[in-house]
Design a protein around this ligand. Structure first.
Ligand code: GAR
Length: 202
């Protein structure tokens, strides 16, 4: 059986990286090869260790001004790159080597609340400040711009008038946990994408 190998790119905490690794842990057809992180103190490195997944630190310069990441990925026969809270713009050499094979999750309903500087908690703060009543997640194929590229999936949750940015973040994390791993699975295997039946209100 042909195995599809994924490398997860992350910059921080790594809850999504862990959820993806746990989802695919028992699979023989899709393997989590490695986790690459670009901040030395990123907690995702500890998660990788606990999960028994090899992890590699690559600096911004390694990504942007060298072929180090590309060569590492090629040497390990990686097929897809999964961005799970990865905050650098993906460089041209990786985009060329992995056409339509780089997937990102963004914690908002793109094209709203996307672009440079719009990541993590900043997104939820902006959503609350603008009194939105609905927000969500977008999973998309990565192109050369921040938070652009073909949308594969969106899921929605409510924003209550009393919500803080932390409240919104908690709901978004539930959506990420429920949908990011199966959407990756569906994209790679050609299975049907999950469908969100109801907007999340919990
Ligand atoms: C996630 O909410 C993810 O959607 C977001 O960063 C968080 C990372 O959390 N990504 C972006 O904002 C990308 N523009 P995690 O490190 O705990 O998975």
């Amino acid at each position: 059986m042909k195995q599809t190998r994924l490398s997860i790119l992350a910059s921080g905490n790594g809850t999504n990286a862990q959820q993806i690794a746990e989802y695919f842990a028992e699979r023989n057809d899709i393997i989590i090869d490695s986790i690459i992180y670009n901040k030395r103190d990123a907690y995702v490195a500890t998660r990788a260790k606990n999960l028994g997944i090899e992890s590699f630190y690559m600096s911004r310069r390694d990504f942007m001004e060298s072929n180090k990441v590309l060569e590492l990925m090629q040497s390990r026969n990686v097929d897809y790159l999964i961005l799970a809270g990865f905050l650098l713009l993906v460089p041209e050499n990786l985009l060329k080597a992995f056409p339509n094979k780089i997937i990102n999750i963004h914690p908002a309903l793109l094209p709203n609340y996307g672009g440079k500087g719009m990541y993590g908690h900043h997104v939820h703060e902006a959503v609350v400040a603008n009194h939105e009543s609905v927000t969500g997640i977008t999973i998309h194929v990565v192109d050369h711009r921040y938070d652009c590229g073909t949308t594969l999936f969106q899921a929605r949750c409510v924003v209550l008038p009393t919500d803080s940015a932390d409240d919104v973040a908690a709901r978004i994390h539930l959506l990420e946990k429920s949908y990011f791993p199966p959407v990756i699975d569906a994209y790679i295997t050609g299975k049907p994408m999950p469908v969100q039946k109801e907007i999340l209100c919990e």
